[in-house]
Design a protein around this ligand. Structure first.
Ligand SMILES: Nc1ncnc2c1ncn2[C@@H]1O[C@H](COP(=O)(O)OP(=O)(O)OP(=O)(O)O)[C@@H](O)[C@H]1O
Length: 244
């Protein structure tokens, strides 16, 4: 049963000057859940995510991530999570194998462990021909798949993905989501932001942020029923329109 909360957020708020970028949000995410974190541009998703990964101090409120308080134990939070941002890419001038070795070192893995993990990753992604090519020569979709695998090298409990598939073609996006499901099946928790509404349909639950607040949070099925529409895209549009 998915009943253990690995992310617990209570009244989390971030204020810049007198602007509430994140305004009193509360939610829980269960172990093994694929949790979609949606919102229009500027809704506050990245600001919220930065607090959850321990790199931005909340103005007020609480967040426990992987068993640690983001305010008092941000370093422990970082050790227990993986993070991949849309703009994070690997080093273009290193090969795939060199990137894995480099990031494995940063994550503090032992030499033998890095060797084994790089081989596993190359096998899993079927990258035998590309492993010793410069990452810069790979298509974006491949880079993002490798970046996702690299964010898992230190075996984190939770993986935060900030628009991981932005600009990636639909087939590669589908493959990326297959990777996400594989990790969720292994008990990893996935916290993912996306602008693609087909991807929102793949999440176990989805929250929708509007102007710093969570306006809706439920399974895609329940949200569609609640708003009496056929797709998550329409749910999203209804919520965004309500604001206007
Ligand atoms: N360091 C900062 N100082 C002042 N304002 C900020 C800062 N960081 C973010 N903001 C503002 O907070 C609001 C929310 O930004 P945020 O990046 O969290 O939105 P988002 O939902 O992630 O949007 P996007 O989908 O475009 O990434 C925006 O109005 C942004 O300008």
């Amino acid at each position: 049963m998915k009943n253990t909360h690995v992310i617990s957020v209570e009244n989390l708020t971030k204020v810049f000057g007198d602007f509430f970028a994140v305004n009193n949000i509360s939610f829980h995410v269960a172990k093994g859940e694929v949790f979609g974190f949606l919102g229009a541009n500027g809704a506050g998703k990245t600001t919220a995510m930065k607090m959850l990964i321990g790199i931005s101090k909340p103005t007020s409120g609480e967040a426990m991530v992987a068993g640690f308080d983001v305010k008092t134990h941000p370093e422990e939070v970082k050790k227990n999570i993986g993070y991949m941002s849309q703009r994070f890419s690997l080093y273009n001038d290193l090969t795939i194998r060199e990137n894995i070795t480099f990031f494995g070192g940063i994550y503090g893995l032992k030499k033998n462990d890095i060797k084994k993990k790089s081989q596993d990753l190359i096998d899993e992604l079927n990258l035998h021909e590309e492993a010793d090519k410069l990452v810069g020569s790979l298509p974006l979709g491949w880079k993002q798949k490798v970046a996702f695998s690299v964010s898992l090298l230190h075996n984190p409990q939770i993986i935060f993905l900030d628009e991981p598939t932005g600009g990636v073609d639909p087939i590669t996006r589908r493959q990326f989501w297959e990777m996400i499901y594989r990790e969720a099946d292994k008990g990893k928790t996935i916290f993912v932001t996306t602008h693609y509404m087909d991807e929102a349909e793949y999440c176990d639950r989805v929250s929708i942020m509007v102007a710093g607040k969570i306006e809706a949070l439920d399974t895609p099925k329940n949200l569609k029923e609640q708003y009496n529409v056929a797709s998550m895209n329409e749910v999203f549009l209804k919520l965004a329109r309500n604001l206007e």
